[in-house]
Design a binder for this molecule. Structure first.
Ligand code: PEP
Ligand code: MN
Length: 338
């Protein structure tokens, strides 16, 4: 249920109502909006909770939430969630640009990439230190050394750091260095991991599983939100289909569809979504045209030497050109690249 409080509810009134909701055996998620504060009351409703809450003086109305994902739903929070971290902003009028290599490989590689993507307009640096690889024999990432290199690149450039965490036991370590915790496609339904990142207050970039439906995707986000972490961004990175011309099939209709269903920002990954560098720039501009709130793009100083995902990585020059195109499309739609 959504417990809509009266306009101008004071902090004391909000806290009193949240306690009242919890006394009824429901979980209270307080969502402070621009116009009103609402409390999403989640849990098994037996009898009469709606009427009990409606009778409270602080309450304007009590509405059922129809979507299975309660806190992620637009019904709960009509206005968009905006994630703001340093130079980076995603949601509302802001389009956040996350760029960098698939994997952190060396100090020289990550520093050079960070400088060049910053110059071209990126506001966040990506780079995997813990890499989920299909083959156990492939490069698995530099682990903590990789995290230290990302932090050094942030120190020099001011870019915020987005990096993947693969298991619940690594969450504290990765969170000590990262600004945004990335949950990879292969881990979208790792519920222990979702709960573990939900217990932190770090922003989370949740990637769609390659065979997950949108409802499964939103319910995965709900696991994070339900732990009290409201800083979730959804990332469409393509799904597996019968088509083999592209590595995955990138459904850009996910952007307007997710915007209808949820207030969370939607980030597009055209690198994994296509698997081929020449297709990345057109999909960046198309994603901006479709209304995305951010892009995550693989960029490598020398893609031919990349230790992972070279074929889909842009050179810094191609990335700069793609950003120039995106800025034009964004401006036409009254949005801004951040
Ligand atoms: C990545 O971002 O490098 C990655 C492994 O992505 P995904 O989890 O979407 O495959
Ligand atoms: Mn990759």
């Amino acid at each position: 249920m959504i417990v809509v409080l009266k306009p101008l509810a004071t902090q004391e009134m909000i806290e009193r109502m949240a306690r009242r909701v919890e006394e009824l055996g429901l979980k209270a998620h307080v969502i402070v909006g621009t116009e009103r504060t609402v409390i999403a009351a989640i849990g098994d409703k037996r009898n009469g909770e709606k009427e009990t809450l409606e009778a409270c003086a602080e309450v304007d109305q009590v509405l059922p939430i129809l979507a299975p994902y309660k806190v992620a739903s637009r019904e709960t929070k009509p206005e968009p969630t905006i994630i703001e971290l340093g130079l980076f902003a995603a949601g509302g009028p802001n389009i956040g640009i996350i760029a960098g290599p698939c994997s952190v490989e060396s100090e020289e590689q990550i520093m050079e990439t960070a400088r060049l993507v910053k110059q071209a307009g990126a506001t966040a640096l990506r780079g995997g230190a813990f890499k989920p690889r299909t083959s156990p024999y492939a490069f698995q990432g530099l682990k903590e050394v990789g995290l230290q290199l990302l932090a050094a690149a942030r120190e020099e450039t001011g870019l915020i750091v987005v990096t993947e965490v693969m298991s619940p036991q690594d969450v504290d370590l990765v969170a000590a260095y990262a600004d945004v915790l990335q949950i990879g496609a292969r881990n979208m339904q790792n519920y222990n991991l979702l709960q573990a990142v939900g217990e932190t207050r770090k922003a989370v970039l949740l990637k769609r599983g390659m065979a997950a439906t949108i409802d499964e995707f939103l319910l995965a986000a709900e696991y994070i939100l339900d732990q009290g972490n409201q800083n979730v961004m959804l990332c469409e990175r393509g799904v597996r289909t019968f088509e083999s011309h592209t590595r995955f099939t990138l459904p850009l209709a996910s952007v307007p569809y997710l915007h209808q269903k949820t207030h969370l920002p939607v980030i597009i990954d055209p690198s994994h979504g296509t698997g081929h560098a020449p297709l990345v720039a057109p999909m960046c501009t198309a994603a901006v045209a479709a209304g995305c709130d951010g892009l995550i793009i693989e960029v490598h100083p020398d893609p031919s030497k990349a230790m992972s995902d070279g074929p889909q990585s842009l050179t810094p020059g191609a990335f700069a050109d793609a950003m120039a195109q995106c800025r034009k499309v964004a401006a036409a739609l009254d949005r801004q690249l951040h």
